[in-house]
Ligand binder design. Sequence first.
Ligand code: KG4
Ligand code: ZN
Length: 351
Amino acid sequence: MIVLGIETSCDETAAAVVDDRRSILANVVLSQLEEHRPYGGIVPEIAARAHLEHVDRLIAQAMTEAGLGFAQLDAVAVTGGPGLIGGVMVGVMSGKAICAVHGTPFLAVNHLEGHALTARLTHDLAFPYLLLLVSGGHCQLLVVEGVGQYRRLGTTIDDAAGEAFDKVAKMLGLGYPGGPALERAARAGNPAAYTLPRPLKGRPGCDFSFSGLKTAVRLVLDGLGREPDERDVADIAASFQEAVADALADRCGRALRQVAETHPSVSALVVAGGVAANTALRARLSRLAEEHGLTLVAPPLGLCTDNAAMIAWAGLERFRLGERDSLDFAARPRWPLDPTAQKARGAGVKA
Ligand code: KG4
Ligand code: ZN
């Protein structure tokens, strides 16, 4: 079984081909970093236009790399949401066109389901497992019970973790995207130099919050009473990174204790999303998983950040269970993985 995946929901245009033996036959990703850099963040209209300009070429490139023609595909899986709607529509229309011409089954995949099932592509992981999804757009804890079966234990009540990294990096003058730049700066810093809050630490539930931490960094900077020098930037970056890792580990620890009761057969703690690239965070979560007698599973970086292999794989998992979607499918800007989850309450709650 061979599936083409297409991903256009954020600022990466991507196409990939995977098969049911867990081989990635092609995986091409085009980042729009340079288009958005002058604005210090993603501009939805620019993203949609860039997807439109490049998506056909990327799909063709993936098919060539896989050495396949469209007629040899068993299905086409496209990110159907959630995400920036203009971009999602570009991908959905491209996928539908291929399916309409070749009579290929079409699957509209939830982007978050792509992240959630990646560990089964890379590590052949059995259900159920606990997933910490930490990216620029999302910060969620989910029990992945099966294909299409997700229990959300917690989500952010304000910013996503990656968003907090990006905003703090901007305050520190580290540029965009902030996560990798902040991690580099933190290497030279002392994580104990500043006492920053660990939002929601020790509180009931598994929700996240980062806006207070961001404000605390702003207050530290204002309190310096001068422009921060290299040493200040390194120390603040290291202290911030430590606070985020600590806050995330606290929430994951609570979730692991909860899951031990409700899902005793949980096999691993999985971390995915762009922030999973952070070495300090990985080390912290790895220790935590060990304390709970589990292993930390982290897909390789290129499959943690947005890509189309995860979309192709999630589509393949659904397709082999007999599912497919209609060509009438309409792109969804919001699409919660667990529709039964209690709505999080907070200032800037994401779906
Ligand atoms: O998953 P992703 O590529 O895109 C989505 O947001 O869906 O994640 C990007 C986010 C950005 O906020 C970026 O700053 C953050 O992941 N990030 C990091 C690191 N690398 C990327 N955050 C902390 N440390 C890193 N090394
Ligand atoms: Zn993503």
